[in-house]
Design a protein. Structure first.
Length: 346
């Protein structure tokens, strides 16, 4: 019998399995496949959350026309996965057909016992981030990394706001991606591809399609059953779509808490302060949804003009309500009356 059963082999599942095994727990990881296909990034000052041996490519990045105060890092997925591996993890190549707090039933009917974590990814939610990206060969573009460029592809704002995300990959190639940050209904891949082509010219190469909800809420305080983790637990930042760094950051604290039981573990994943931050971030998401394309550019120009501490608090301070509120207040003060009205709307 394992101490811990982790269902799902995405970044959150592997982060947790790895931390638990390093913490001396026997771990079963139920994962139907191997490898991560998505391109994952985090802020360069967050890479220390990754297990030793992980590699990434770090790069300065622009937000609009300005150089961001924080560098950016794109993960070398294979190295992170290899760094997560541990002899204390038994990987079962299967899917869970059912989960309870203490058992996972596989599709074969086999039952695995232990404290069960549901790291099977985001479900539900109605507001989605979508993106269409093309990987172009090394040296084919002189592009510098761009975290967000909201300037319109053809100099003219048409329809819903999208931005360019362009980052170097660990193998030297570059991912050029047109992204719709948050929208309901989601912006389609065809529209995103056309906008990407309008922005950078027609580019040919392997395609990355991104689609996931950004509004999956935290589980209720008194939830029962398998403990959700990662995107399944609402860890995705509602206003950026990020969760990978937070999953790796939280995993060791969870591993340390397992001996104190399920309730204590749930509190580590969603302490009261993180629930408060989540509510503030949802306000940020509501503001984003109310903005026109022109206002998106204006809004993010103001955001990226904020001092680095505010940017860091809003983007990465998952359990820092005071820092998040201070960042939002600073943005409000900097905004013109027209934007303020939208930010203040209940
Ligand atoms: C293309 C893409 C790019 C993204 N880029 C970033 C980024 O740069 N930075 C960032 O922070 N976030 C990014 N995100 C958002 C988010 O952080 C990711 O969705 C991230 O993968 C969530 O990790 P996870 O492990 O919680 O879930 P997932 O990565 O969705 O992993 C869940 C895993 O569980 C498996 N599974 C599902 N059901 C079962 C079952 N019944 N039994 C067993 N296994 C099951 C799935 O096959 C999957 O492998 C991106 C999302 C996408 C889609």
């Amino acid at each position: 019998m394992a101490d811990v059963v982790v269902v799902g082999g995405g970044p959150s599942g592997w982060a947790l399995a790895s931390a638990c095994a390093r913490g001396g727990h026997a771990v079963t990881l139920v994962a139907p496949g191997h490898g991560w296909r998505a391109t994952y990034g985090m802020w360069a000052d967050e890479v220390s959350v990754l297990p030793p041996g992980s590699r990434w490519v770090a790069t300065p990045a622009r937000g609009g026309e300005r150089l961001l105060p924080r560098g950016y890092a794109v993960l070398d997925n294979a190295s992170v996965l290899a760094a997560c591996a541990h002899p204390g993890i038994e990987v079962v190549r299967n899917r869970a057909a059912a989960m309870t707090a203490t058992s996972a039933t596989l599709t074969t009917g086999e039952v695995r016992h232990g404290m069960v974590f549901d790291a099977t990814g985001a479900r539900g939610g109605g507001i989605e981030q979508t993106a269409y990206g093309v990987v172009v060969p090394a040296g084919s573009r002189a592009e510098e990394a761009v975290f967000m460029d909201w300037r319109p592809p053809n100099g003219q704002f048409l329809g819903p706001a999208t931005f360019l995300y362009a980052v170097p990959l660990p193998d030297g190639r570059m991912l050029l991606e047109e992204t719709s940050l948050a929208r309901a209904p989601a912006l389609g891949f065809g529209e995103l591809r056309d906008r990407l082509y309008a922005r950078v010219g027609t580019v040919i190469g392997p395609v990355e399609r991104v689609r996931f909800p950004v509004d999956v809420p935290p589980p209720p305080r008194r939830a029962r059953g398998a403990i959700p983790f990662g995107a399944a637990a609402g860890l995705v930042h509602p206003a950026t779509g990020f969760s990978v760094a937070d999953s790796f950051r939280l995993a060791p604290a969870i591993a340390d808490t397992i001996g104190r039981g399920e309730r204590a573990v749930r509190r580590v994943i969603w302490p009261r302060r993180a629930r408060l931050v989540y509510r503030l971030r949802r306000r940020g998401l509501a503001t984003l949804l109310s903005l026109t394309a022109e206002e998106h550019e204006e809004f993010f120009d103001l955001f990226f003009d904020l001092p680095a501490r505010h940017q860091r608090a809003y983007l990465s301070g998952r359990a820092d309500p005071a820092g998040t509120a201070a960042a939002m207040a600073a943005l409000f003060r900097a905004a013109p009356a027209r934007l303020r009205r939208k930010m203040a709307k209940p």
